[in-house]
Design a protein around this ligand. Structure first.
Ligand code: CP
Length: 315
């Protein structure tokens, strides 16, 4: 176990301390350079088995966990709902217990049900990483977001971060609120009143039902898509209306600080929550988030996979 991180699983950001988050971010920073090596591989987790159990669609998270496991020399097994016996009616617990009988070291799970990662952690022996459970948490997204903010702003403490969009259905928003508050940022959430959870202020953030006042003086602007798969479309008239009142365009971005950065966890709906000129513009760090996602996920796999010492840096 590495000093500064004693968790057996990564289920969410709510329970991580500042020291634990910083340990992951620092380690992720050190893993970044492996992406630039001619041979992008270190032997750190050789002989360890990582199962990616993705029972909801994913591009970034699944691919980056796969790449992260490969770069650490772990044996990665990828498992999607459509190619598994879940389509024949096998339950999540039965699926997980059968996979556990093959003795993996780590199971990375994405599932539509909030609490699914916690449930697995109580039933199987492998370390569990939550790669997104319903509208609950997406901890590695918050970690890669914190890594990106820290890299571009050189700090997180004292920054004003605006998270705008479908807050009610967003595991990304929840995990970011927990992580950023723990790291000392001021967090504002903004969206139509129908997409702001009742009592969201109790998580330690300020809530706005208009985007303009939320953006004033912001250091970081994080845009979220509308989660149509969670029936969010019934909470506002139509996407054209939504873009008109809540879309981030150059005029609105000008309300933030001149050096503000723009983030998005993806997938983006260009022209709805974000104008293409902003998504591809000079303030955007969206693809840097994706690059950092691999390094941060390497750090998480390393910490939960029992990596120790400095062996990876010498290879
Ligand atoms: N940010 C994120 O979770 O993207 P995917 O759904 O593509 O993994």
């Amino acid at each position: 176990m590495t000093k500064g991180f004693t968790q057996r699983h990564l289920l969410g950001m709510e329970t991580l301390s500042r020291e634990e988050i910083t340990t992951i971010l620092d380690l992720g920073e050190r893993f970044l350079e492996i992406a630039d090596r001619p041979i992008k591989k270190v032997p750190t987790l050789r002989g360890k088995t990582v199962i990616n159990l993705f029972l909801e669609p994913s591009t970034r998270t699944r691919t980056s966990f796969e790449i992260a496991a490969k770069r650490l020399s772990a044996d990665g097994i990828n498992f999607t709902a459509s190619s598994s016996s879940t389509v024949k009616g096998e339950t999540l617990i039965d699926t997980a217990m059968n996979l556990d009988a093959m003795n993996p070291d780590i199971v990375v799970i994405r599932h539509a049900q909030a609490g699914s990662a916690l449930l697995l952690s109580q039933r199987i022996r492998a370390a569990i990483i939550n790669a997104g459970d319903g509208a609950h948490e997406h901890p590695t997204q918050a970690l890669l977001d914190a890594s990106t903010i820290r890299a571009h702003k050189k700090r997180i403490e004292g920054l004003t971060v605006v998270i705008c969009g479908d807050i009610d259905h967003s595991r990304v928003a929840r995990s970011n609120i927990f992580a950023l508050r723990t790291l000392g940022a001021r967090v504002r959430v903004a969206g139509p009143r129908s997409l702001l959870p009742i009592g969201v202020e109790n998580l330690g953030c300020e809530a706005y039902d208009r985007i303009e006042p939320a953006l004033e003086g912001a250091d970081v602007v994080m845009m979220l898509r509308i989660q149509m798969e969670r029936k969010a479309g019934s909470r506002f008239p139509n996407t054209r209306e939504y873009a008109r009142y809540f879309g981030l365009n150059p005029r609105r971005l000008a309300l933030a600080k001149p050096d503000a950065i723009v983030m998005h966890p993806g997938p983006m709906n260009r022209g709805v929550e974000i104008d293409p000129g902003v998504a591809d513009g000079p303030s955007s760090v969206i693809l840097d988030q994706v690059s950092r996602g691999v390094a941060v996920r390497m750090a998480v796999l390393y910490l939960l996979g029992g990596g120790s010492g400095e062996e990876w840096s010498k290879s």
